[in-house]
Design a protein around this ligand. Structure first.
Ligand SMILES: [Zn+2]
Length: 234
């Protein structure tokens, strides 16, 4: 992988600029006002995947935001890695807490990041990590050092519950078949402690609505309530 490392070193500035361009697209999946930007981000990413030499690159439409797919199958006998990531981001509110505009990335040195870090919405969730995989594959492909098959599945709805990902995965079982799924949308123990998350428990969102008396209950209404449990809806 020495050649790959050389390629990364000599292309580092370009890699960085390409990531900054991706961060400038406000691909906020939760707000329909940004729908065109979400599409623009999917298109930009698909173009990038084509440019680095992936095959069968496709912007797969769903009932919501599209999923970007691309693959490089070198040899059916080799193991296949499926990279998952997302190109959508959280809304940037509250805007006034930002020290730089959220979609105008800056590189700053801070106490926590003495070597400098990119500050922008989506920089570390998940455009940065996702793009790292894209650039790693680009580097290995450019130097003929890719040791396995790769597939990319980058969705645009992670921040709104991945509602259509399940349907896509079910329908595309064959296309997505892999030996390993690589997800870099997790956490690290500390900046200087590289961490591998080996399991995810997931999240569940529940809204509980409790219905009860509007006023201080009279003895008889209290009696009725006590003899019948509170109603709740989920
Ligand atoms: Zn994420």
């Amino acid at each position: 992988m020495i050649n790959t490392q050389d390629y990364i070193t000599s292309n580092k500035d370009r890699f960085l600029n390409e990531l900054l361009n991706l961060l400038r697209i406000p691909s906020v999946s939760a707000d329909s006002k940004y729908n065109d930007d979400v599409v623009k981000c999917a298109n930009t990413l698909a173009e990038d995947l084509k440019k680095i030499g992936l095959d069968n690159v496709e912007i797969c439409q769903t009932k919501g935001h599209p999923i970007v797919y691309g693959e490089k199958i070198l040899d059916e006998a080799l193991p296949t890695v499926l990279v998952y990531g997302h190109y959508d981001v959280q809304p940037a509110d509250p805007i006034d807490l930002w020290t730089n505009p959220p979609f105008d990335p800056v590189i700053k040195k801070t106490e926590l990041h003495p070597e400098g870090a990119i500050f922008a919405r989506g920089a570390c969730d998940d455009k940065g990590q996702m793009y790292m995989h894209v650039k790693a594959v680009e580097s290995m492909l450019a130097k003929n050092e890719l040791p396995c098959n790769v597939k990319f599945m980058i969705e645009g709805e992670e921040e709104v519950g991945s509602e259509n990902l399940g349907v896509f995965v079910k329908n595309e079982k064959e296309r997505l078949s892999a030996d390993i799924i690589l997800v870099s949308d997790t956490g690290m123990l500390a900046n200087d402690v590289p961490s591998i998350t080996t399991g995810l428990r997931g999240l569940s969102y529940v809204e509980v609505e409790v219905t009860g008396p509007e006023q201080r209950p009279s003895f008889w209404s209290l009696w009725r309530l006590c003899s019948k449990p509170y109603q709740y809806t989920m």
